[in-house]
Design a protein around this ligand. Structure first.
Ligand code: SIN
Ligand code: FE2
Length: 216
């Protein structure tokens, strides 16, 4: 047996500034990865991942679920937060304490000490899935940041400006990376490019993204 010399070494986290008030915290979630994925499994057993329809009637390529007090939904009536899962009529699963702790500590590390997320979207991308450029603007209090956690396969994040027409930066995101954007960057356009095929030891052929918001 070969002892793993690095098994107990902490994973180094580094911070990259993207714009004023926006940062990538590399590997910030890595140490919690297995616990986060276990919680994702439990949440999505109760509130299954589903491909929601945009108000225009298109099925989204990303499969979504939610936890926390509010869940983000889209259908023919539009985009909104609501307290019940439309599939079951039940309240969304509670936000696990490790989710809230991770989101708060990432926000703090990015200079947002008062973040109290009440909504967490769970996105699952399979090869071919993507998310076009959009702004996160359904939240009531835009003084609170967005905290976005990547797990599993790498995917290219796009981070733009305040208008869709400005060319976004492409930022590769890997397992455990966390992006935080708020303040003057809170309404920047963002999205992810098409997920490429691959296999991750913990997630298999997919990437999970958790986005924490203070919705209401
Ligand atoms: C989102 O904007 O809701 C998701 C972004 C991502 O998957 O990294
Ligand atoms: Fe978003």
């Amino acid at each position: 047996m070969t002892p793993d010399l690095f098994a107990d070494q902490p994973i180094e986290t580094t911070t990259e500034a993207l714009a004023e008030g926006a940062f990538v915290l590399r590997h910030f979630a890595s140490a919690a990865d297995e616990d986060l994925l276990r919680e994702i499994g439990q949440i999505t057993a109760a509130a299954p991942l589903r491909h929601m329809k945009t108000p225009g009637g298109h099925s989204m390529s990303v499969a979504m679920s939610c936890c926390g007090h509010w869940g983000w939904v889209t259908d023919a009536r539009g985009y909104r937060y609501q307290a019940e899962d439309p599939c079951s009529g039940d309240p969304w699963p509670e936000m696990p304490p490790i989710f809230a702790e991770l989101a708060r500590s990432a926000a703090l590390a990015a200079g947002y000490p008062d973040f109290t997320p009440d909504a967490c979207l769970i996105n699952r991308y399979e090869p071919g899935a993507k998310m076009g450029l959009h702004q996160d603007k359904n939240e009531r209090d835009l003084s609170q940041p967005i905290v976005s956690v990547s797990l599993g396969l790498p995917q290219t994040f796009q981070f733009g400006d305040m208008t869709r027409s400005e060319r976004p930066r492409n930022i590769p995101l890997g397992h455990g990376d966390v992006v935080v954007w708020g303040g003057p960057s809170r309404l920047r356009y963002h999205g992810v490019l098409t997920l490429k095929h691959g296999a991750h030891p913990l997630t298999g052929a997919c990437r999970y993204n958790l986005t924490f918001r203070s919705a209401r």
